[in-house]
Design a protein around this ligand. Structure first.
Ligand code: TRP
Length: 331
């Protein structure tokens, strides 16, 4: 048994690769924490189906999960220092979600902001599924199975974590103290937690405004060339507004020289092309070690790491389930 505090987090495998927003908003935190804590990092593959079960969408979830696991490893999570696993490999998540479903009110789930948003996006003959409504219940199960001290996530996840705590409190109230409370761990630095996409909207696959960790240097260069800058800055001598310019936002995060670069942009002393070129070099250098690691990972190696992680996760999860079954007088 490890004496370090246990921490759990997860990411949905909605695509086969992660972008810089995923990394800065959450994953980087996990990598930085892995030596101080007993870290469990989960690929949430079942959660993908809450919004993609429709026949028209049906993503290749297995391939996506392997890709996401590779990005976890590429980003620096080390299976010797933390546990990396896939949700669907640990069936206890489904069992606990079923049981927690007995203690949470439908009204509470219907009122969750993410449910309302996602349900509003459902159109035509698509359905608002029971699984979508239950998204936070499955997430609560993901967390509570491990009795973590903290859950490091992006800022957007705060409402889900609050709901998970409410579910834990209801369970404890009805069946006895099984689940300890846990803390949110959210990056303070807004330039990381709110890293914009190349068009200054939220970085998201659906907006096609991402820089992916696994993109080639050429692809990154091409994408940065198309990035949104100050629209009224046509000539080099026109003043820029770095606060509203995607390239300047990234420079702030990655360039040691960003204050000078911002000042020159504002003063019309530098062109956007120069900023884009400098950013391309800095970012490609920053991503180089991740790309090298990702390039050397085979599917088989990654799968073996996930299997070993599932075995370790199951050890903890099955203990908790024994307690839960006893508390609920099923066993
Ligand atoms: N809902 C999270 C997201 O969209 C993913 C997730 C699933 C998660 N289960 C979790 C995060 C448990 C933290 C803990 O990013």
């Amino acid at each position: 048994m490890s004496a370090k505090p246990r921490i759990l987090s997860g990411m949905r495998s909605t695509s086969d690769r992660l972008h810089l927003g995923n990394y800065e908003g959450a994953l980087r935190n996990w990598v930085e924490m892995q030596d101080q804590v007993d870290m469990f990092c989960m690929v949430a593959d079942w959660h993908v189906l809450t919004t993609a079960a429709d026949a028209e969408i049906h993503p290749d979830i297995a391939a996506n999960s392997l890709g996401v696991a590779k990005d976890f490893l590429a980003a620096g999570l080390d299976p010797k220092r933390c546990t990396i696993f896939r949700q669907s490999d640990v069936k206890e998540h489904a069992e606990l979600a079923l049981l927690l479903g007995m203690v949470v009110g439908v009204g509470k789930l219907e009122a969750a902001p993410t449910f309302k948003e996602k349900a509003a996006e459902v159109t035509g003959d698509h359905i608002v599924s029971y699984g979508l409504l239950g998204y936070p219940v499955l997430q609560a199960a993901d967390i509570l199975l491990y009795k973590p001290e903290g859950v490091p996530v992006g800022r957007d996840q705060a409402p889900h974590l609050e709901l998970s705590r409410e579910i834990a409190r209801s369970f404890n109230h009805l069946f006895g103290e099984v689940f300890p409370m846990f803390k949110d761990i959210i990056p303070e630095d807004e330039s990381r937690s709110k890293l914009p996409g190349l068009d200054m909207r939220k970085m998201s696959k659906s907006y096609d405004n991402c820089i992916y960790l696994s993109d080639s240097p050429e692809e990154t260069s091409k994408r940065i060339k198309s990035a949104f800058t100050t629209p009224t800055k046509i000539a080099k001598s026109d003043p820029g507004i770095p606060e509203g310019c995607a390239v300047c936002q990234y420079l702030k995060l990655y360039s040691p020289d960003w204050e000078r670069q911002w000042a020159e942009d504002r003063a019309g002393e530098r062109g956007c092309m120069q900023s884009k070129q400098e950013l391309t070099e800095i970012l490609n250098e920053y991503l180089r070690p991740m790309r090298e690691r990702r390039g050397s990972l085979t599917d088989a190696d990654t799968e073996a790491i996930l299997q070993d992680g599932a075995r370790r996760a199951r050890e903890v999860a099955s203990e908790t389930m024994n307690e839960v079954r006893r508390a609920m007088r099923i066993a």
